[in-house]
Design a binder for this molecule. Structure first.
Ligand SMILES: NC(=O)c1ccc[n+]([C@@H]2O[C@H](COP(=O)([O-])OP(=O)(O)OC[C@H]3O[C@@H](n4cnc5c(N)ncnc54)[C@H](OP(=O)(O)O)[C@@H]3O)[C@@H](O)[C@H]2O)c1
Length: 292
């Protein structure tokens, strides 16, 4: 790969509701907690260093959630980065609780979401959260009631913009009748394309699409990825990220890592451009999986 200076600025920009603009390669902080996304990190100093280095490399969008740790992830972000540099956007989430290690339970009642937003404000030391994401719709709570609660918190000035995660197009359309939705975060990569139609919907509607688990998996995916990576003298993870950047101008990848070395490598993907042929080869991986 071309040894340009590593900077997320090379990925270009993307805007949330034409109001908040960030570089189009962010950082997902989830991996900075203990094993199983539970408790404090094994190496606290390293976790803080990764966050600070991400910002030095141009990251101005950091994704987190109250459930990562729980709470630990938001506390680490504040410890590493507060007072925040101007333009840094921290997107957090609520509605998904952690009663014990390896347990994730829904709770998107309006009362819980209010408590969750207030907790995140305190831990992140913010007066207002720029982007607040409903982590996942709660099957035992009316989806509209969850979104109305976020709209109310926005009205009170505690949330600047409302966003969704782990949703279908129908959810997005229903939510948009209540409040503007600025971004959607679903699992997505070149090899994992269940949400292709949601990516297209987001692009048509100027909604940022944030793919989680952006580093593709599986044997066939690995074979194709390695071929393209070798041609660019790049790491397979960089190629997976470059594919996402090529997929839609509204995609904002947030690769996660707890390693400084992987962070540098992931952020360097901002400068990697795939040829149309390479892009299409990777785009065809789900079909290859179906035929073997
Ligand atoms: N909305 C949701 O429901 C949801 C769910 C999951 C995640 N997320 C968000 O999405 C972000 C990204 O998702 P993710 O962490 O699951 O997936 P990911 O970014 O695709 O993968 C992270 C994993 O890949 C490894 N890795 C990272 N960079 C690497 C590199 N250059 N070379 C080799 N291995 C590398 C990491 O290990 P090392 O630590 O060793 O680098 C880690 O195990 C999370 O941080 C979180 O903010 C959201």
């Amino acid at each position: 790969m071309n040894k340009k200076e590593v900077s997320t600025t090379h990925a270009g920009n993307v805007s949330f509701a034409n109001e908040i603009t960030v570089h189009r390669l962010g950082y997902g902080a989830m991996r900075l907690t203990g094993a199983g996304i539970w408790g404090p990190p094994k190496d606290r100093k390293l976790a803080l260093a990764v966050l600070r280095r991400a910002v030095e490399l141009g990251v101005n969008f950091v994704d987190t959630a109250d459930s990562y740790g729980p709470y630990v992830n938001e506390e680490l972000i504040a410890e590493a980065l507060f007072p925040y540099p101007s333009g840094l956007v921290i997107a957090t989430k609520g509605g998904w609780e952690r009663p014990a290690p390896n347990q994730w339970t829904h709770n998107a009642t309006p009362a819980h979401l209010r408590k969750a937003v207030e907790g995140s404000l305190k831990r992140l030391r913010l007066a207002r959260i720029d982007v607040y994401q409903l982590h996942v719709p709660d099957p035992v709570v009316s989806f509209d009631a969850s979104v109305e609660a976020l709209a109310e918190l926005q009205g009170e000035g505690k949330i600047r913009m409302v966003a969704l995660s782990n949703v279908t197009q129908e959810h997005i359309e229903r939510a948009r009748k209540i409040v503007p939705v600025v971004s959607v975060q679903n699992r997505y990569s070149f090899a994992d394309r269940e949400w292709d139609y949601v990516v297209d919907y987001c692009e048509r509607n100027g909604i940022v699409f944030i793919p989680w688990f952006p580093l593709g998996a599986g044997r066939i995916a690995g074979e194709v990825l390695n071929q393209v990576a070798q041609a660019h003298h790049a790491a397979p993870t960089q190629v997976a990220l470059a594919w996402l950047l090529g997929r839609s101008p509204m995609i904002l990848p947030i690769p996660g890592t707890s390693s400084l070395e992987h962070l540098e490598q992931n952020m360097a993907a901002a400068s990697l451009r795939l040829s149309e042929e390479e892009y299409q080869k990777l785009a065809g991986v789900p079909e290859l999986v179906g035929t073997r």
